[in-house]
Design a binder for this molecule. Structure first.
Ligand code: ATP
Ligand code: MG
Length: 343
């Protein structure tokens, strides 16, 4: 029996990358579901505090993330949708796994390198470079491995940016199995989304990110048509004339747009590039992209606004999910504790 597991952080509004790279895929997987498949989707608030956050902002973001997920069309009756911090077994397993993970493994994570700004340094012990960087940022992938393994998940749908963390998760699972001579944890498979990575509109060398301080870098699922058009108009392209081509190496900005349009049309980038043969210049490409985005997000924005007016409904869904998640989590952590010798 497959167990699909994924999470999203309540660190800000849901953007196009989260939508195409994660949530839309959660929804599609759910729709093509087979009997006996369990879908578990979490709001990763324990991860969200690895960057400074205020309580009221975290709470507001959590409501917004859940509302966005539901507005995007996820069926809460077909999955377990819950809040990570209300399942304490995540933290329990995380400590056990932390004791099996080497600093070297964590120091090789590219997300850690970029978020701790120590990309230029090869030594984790360099005080000057690390400065005030919090240990939570380094241990983040261990907690992520605990999240996944706690449910003995078999498949993890994520964007391309999480592929390295998933590899680490499999390595930690093997270490646990090997250390305690057990086959307890399955090695979860990474399910990459077709659109893989959506890039920042302002700097196509970076991924679109919730924590990007430039609001023009992201299209949010809740942006109104005027905002979408403004942001797309400001997007970075290139100075190459002639037909639109998909060439990520030489035309990252334009290729990002082709990739987005392809995802929204449920088509391939190659087919979409030829579909776009009527496009004369970058301005026209931007108009086409805006139109697709406005169409896609219009109904979702209305539903999102409606959902946000009823916070108790959102809380109710999460509470229901948390009860189900804890049922599985408490059973599995009991087995883990017995394997480790804590029983
Ligand atoms: P943060 O900047 O706070 O890390 P984020 O935008 O990376 O936020 P997450 O909550 O970390 O969002 O990730 C949720 C999911 O969205 C993950 O599965 C991740 O792989 C996916 N995802 C995030 N950004 C992109 C992107 N630009 N393209 C495709 N998928 C993405
Ligand atoms: Mg992220």
């Amino acid at each position: 029996n497959s167990i699909l597991f994924s999470m999203i952080q309540p660190t800000g509004k849901i953007h196009l990358g989260n939508y195409l790279g994660a949530i839309n895929n959660w929804k599609n997987l759910q729709q093509s579901s087979s009997e006996g498949c369990t879908y578990i989707y979490g709001i990763a608030d324990l991860h969200a505090i690895t960057v400074p956050s205020k309580a009221e902002v975290l709470r507001k973001n959590r409501h917004e993330v859940v509302a966005s997920i539901l507005a995007a069309g996820l069926d809460e009756n077909k999955c377990i949708l819950y809040q990570q911090s209300s399942v304490p077994e995540h933290t329990e397993l995380s400590w056990i796994l932390t004791c099996l993970t080497s600093m070297g493994q964590l120091n090789r994570m590219t997300q850690w390198k970029s978020k701790s700004l120590q990309a230029s340094s090869s030594s984790i012990f360099d005080d000057k470079v690390l400065g005030n960087t919090k240990a939570g940022l380094l241990c983040y992938p261990v907690l992520q491995a605990a999240d996944i393994l706690l449910y003995k998940s078999t498949h993890v749908p994520v964007g391309d940016d999480q592929a390295q963390h998933l590899e680490l998760c499999r390595s930690i699972a093997s270490t646990f199995n090997h250390t305690y001579q057990t086959g307890f944890f399955p090695l979860p498979k990474t399910l990459l989304t077709p659109s893989k990575k959506i890039l920042s509109l302002r700097d196509p060398s970076k991924k679109m990110s919730k924590s990007d301080p430039d609001p023009n870098a992201c299209i949010y699922v809740t942006d109104d048509p005027k905002t979408i058009m403004q942001k797309v108009r400001r997007a970075v392209t290139d100075s190459i004339q002639g037909p639109i081509t998909f060439d990520p190496e030489n035309r990252p900005g334009v290729s990002n747009m082709v990739n987005i349009i392809a995802s929204l049309r449920n088509s391939t980038v190659q087919e979409t590039a030829s579909y776009l043969s009527f496009v004369k210049d970058h301005k026209q490409l931007k108009d086409v992209l805006s139109e697709f985005l406005i169409e896609e997000f219009k109904p979702k924005r209305h539903l999102f606004d409606k959902l946000l007016t009823d916070k108790s409904y959102i809380e109710q869904i999460c509470t229901k999910g948390t009860i189900k998640a804890r049922e599985i989590a408490s059973r599995n952590i009991a087995s883990v504790k017995s394997v480790v010798g804590f029983d």
